[in-house]
Design a protein around this ligand. Sequence first.
Ligand code: UD1
Length: 354
Amino acid sequence: MTILVTGGAGYIGSHTCVELLQHGYDIIVVDNFSNSRPESLHRVKQITGRTFQTYYINLLDKKSVEKVFLDHQIDAVIHFAGLKAVGESVAVPLQYYQNNVKGSLILFEVMEQFSVKKLIFSSSATVYGNPKTVPITEDVELRATNPYGRTKQMIEEILLDTAHADSSWSIALLRYFNPIGAHESGLIGEDPEGPPNNLLPYISQIAIGRREQLRIFGNNYPTADGTGVRDYIHVVDLAMGHLKALEHMQKNHGIEAYNLGTGKGYSVLEVVDAFERVSGNQIPYTFVKRRPGDISSCFADPAKAKKQLAWQAMRGIEEMCADAWRWQRNNPTGYRIISEKTPMQKPTSVFLMH
Ligand code: UD1
């Protein structure tokens, strides 16, 4: 089976590519490397000992997307490509709607044109907004609170309408909680551009000496220790969720949303503690005021994915932190080989990369 993976060079994409290749799937990767580096795909090849083709294209360029479908017999698509920074989405919403929503629309149109109707969409728990109760089940009303989240919600709605209009589509909307960790090889992991927005990469960069101290956003939430609670999930468990959804799709049509989380929440202080224990590094922190838009507590009810996809997260918080730390320790500047200031060597005239 050949799977087209958009955004395959990104954090979740690259880990999913590894699992797909190791489980016997063939893949084609499409990426514009706007927030990722070709090096991650070289590492995917190194880990798996397998090769695949990569197209350096933008989904907004419909002709190029069509070319990929003309070149290959594609059985299913896993669509990761998209911009994902909440703060940035508030500042430049049109870029987010253009890139995420329009890019997705073009992809879905081309899929329809070529009768490729199996799709896994990379959604996010952010579509739930500020949940009224936790754990969160898939059937609650979606109320994203920022442009990034609304792009995910809109794409979900577009896909719902599409699947309802044409019952031959098989679509899984995978709502990720907080992916952290890295592949156990230490070869691929999360590599944010600039100062990380998310907790784990920030902590890892402190441990490696790139940042001084963690600012914990709020210590007066109604949680056990006052800091925010999230459902952190190992990125390899998350990647496996995609494989399980693909298997399920072989036998089922229609559209379903699934929470991919562990079902267990950890506070910021508990994560700091776990990271300190496994890395042997102290993480200095200070409490600052709440980050605007943050919620108190968010964790999944993952029962639906367990029941229908036979999937559940296997890895605990210590393994997540240990793997994140191994990646960071082995790659202090991420995929940047010399230093953070070295610009990425983007291919300029190459369309198909090997
Ligand atoms: C964020 C995004 C969410 C996205 C998710 C992807 C926001 C408001 N939400 O979620 O849309 O889907 O990342 O993983 O950005 N924290 C600190 N100090 C830091 C960083 C984080 O105290 O320097 C705290 C936060 O307040 C939160 C927890 O750590 O309680 C996790 O934060 P983060 O990793 O940014 O994830 P989310 O806020 O859940």
